[in-house]
Design a protein around this ligand. Structure first.
Ligand code: FEO
Length: 392
């Protein structure tokens, strides 16, 4: 756990969680994560922005020993990786008040059983003076829960955005200067956590547009001292049309489905359509989620197993459905031994995605020439659809 000075008045308290490999018991963390809290020192008052995850709370409390008084604890988000330290921090600073959005107060009371009289609510756009520093609270719902809020430090033009613009990346570097690494992990974070909320994120980006911002200071991963890097990336991920790309998650038990997928990759390659393929027995679901940020089409490959899709395929499809990517087209490629009836139910796998289903290809056992020609026809259809939609 380290403290870094971002400016004369703003400190970053960075807790790197190097060995964490799963978040929310769901999201893979190949590079760990970090929990950022910030301290803003005004001429009259001091504010602590967020706390730390219970996993790093011991070190966090030790570090708070260097901060003699705190008047306000800004709770941007009720999720425990940022709010989990509130009970101990409130005990340490008995005169401090928690500052939260109306919805966040309700959630903090529910999740942490905090004393209600210690929480004050602020409205969207309300300000709080620390003396010569002013905090402006901007409601930014659904990044990542409905209660989330950001804080704009007016005099320094710093946006404290909590999960918004974050990245799961354990590091002891305070700034996002290793751009390739940070942006890969920021995209993974967007794909796994933020993508379902594309519409509210678009509105939040519009809401932030009038603010001059010198730094974006999220609560996971490094601080952006060149904010266009992350804000432009978000604009593209959220709003730009999908790309001329096909994502192919698949399982093959005895190579039949694999032969069909290999033919599809070959046929798409000949037509100039880039592909990303994921053998779900070995793939990281985070990589699949990242690929779904951009791809215009998803083709799912599965054998029929016990009267339905392979369970790993079913899981990948459920994940894709809840992540709500910009994908426009989908198809299913499958091979069955004796369960031909189950094939008709396969489209249900991706019924949660609002897209155009293209005719799939199903074969009995090993794909024959006519099946492979049907795969070629599917590739032709995909290339034509992408071209008709002007996708690049
Ligand atoms: Fe970093 Fe949604 O908590």
């Amino acid at each position: 756990m380290n403290v870094f000075s971002l400016t004369d008045r703003v400190q970053l308290m960075l807790a790197a969680d190097w060995n964490r490999r799963l978040f929310d018991a769901l999201v893979p963390l190949p590079h760990g994560t970090s929990y950022n809290a910030y301290v803003v020192h005004g001429s009259h008052k001091t504010a602590l922005l967020d706390t730390s995850d219970p996993r790093t709370l011991g070190d966090f409390m030790e570090l708070l020993g260097t901060i003699p008084s705190v008047d306000y604890i800004i709770a941007h988000h009720a999720e425990q990786d940022h709010s989990g330290g509130l009970p101990r921090v409130l005990a340490k600073y008995p005169r401090a008040k928690v500052v939260a959005s109306v919805k966040c107060k309700e959630m903090l009371l529910s999740l942490l059983d905090l004393p209600e009289e210690r929480i004050m609510t602020v409205a969207d756009g309300e300000t709080l003076s620390l003396g010569d520093r002013t905090l402006e609270f901007i409601y930014t719902p659904w990044v990542h829960w409905p209660e989330t809020m950001s804080t704009y430090l007016r005099e320094e033009q710093i946006l404290f955005s909590c999960d918004f613009f974050g990245s799961h990346l354990a590091t002891n570097e305070p700034f996002a200067h290793d751009e390739a690494l940070v942006m890969t992990e920021a995209k993974r974070y967007y794909a796994e956590i933020m993508m379902p909320f594309r519409v509210p994120i678009q509105k939040n980006l519009e809401k932030l547009a009038p603010y001059p911002i010198k730094m974006v200071a999220p609560s996971h991963g490094p601080v952006f001292d060149h904010p266009a890097l992350i804000m432009d990336a978000y604009r593209e991920w959220v709003s730009a049309p999908p790309k001329n790309e096909v994502v192919i998650p698949y399982i093959s038990m005895h190579e039949s489905t694999e032969l069909m997928i290999a033919r599809l990759v070959d046929a798409l390659t000949k037509r100039g359509v880039p592909v990303k393929i994921f053998d779900l027995t070995v793939s990281d679901t985070g990589e699949l989620a990242m690929a779904l940020v951009d791809a215009a089409t998803i083709v799912v490959g599965t054998p029929i197993l016990l009267g339905g899709a392979h369970p790993l395929v079913a899981y990948a499809c459920l994940l894709a459905s809840v992540l709500k990517p910009k994908t426009q087209f989908a198809a299913i490629v499958s091979s069955y031994g004796w369960g031909a009836g189950a094939v008709e139910r396969l489209p249900e796998l991706i019924s949660g995605l609002k897209l155009e289903m293209l005719p799939g290809v199903t074969c009995h056992g090993l794909p024959r020439e006519k099946d492979l020609q049907a795969i070629d026809a599917l590739a032709e259809t995909i290339a034509a659809k992408h071209s008709a939609n002007g996708l690049k």
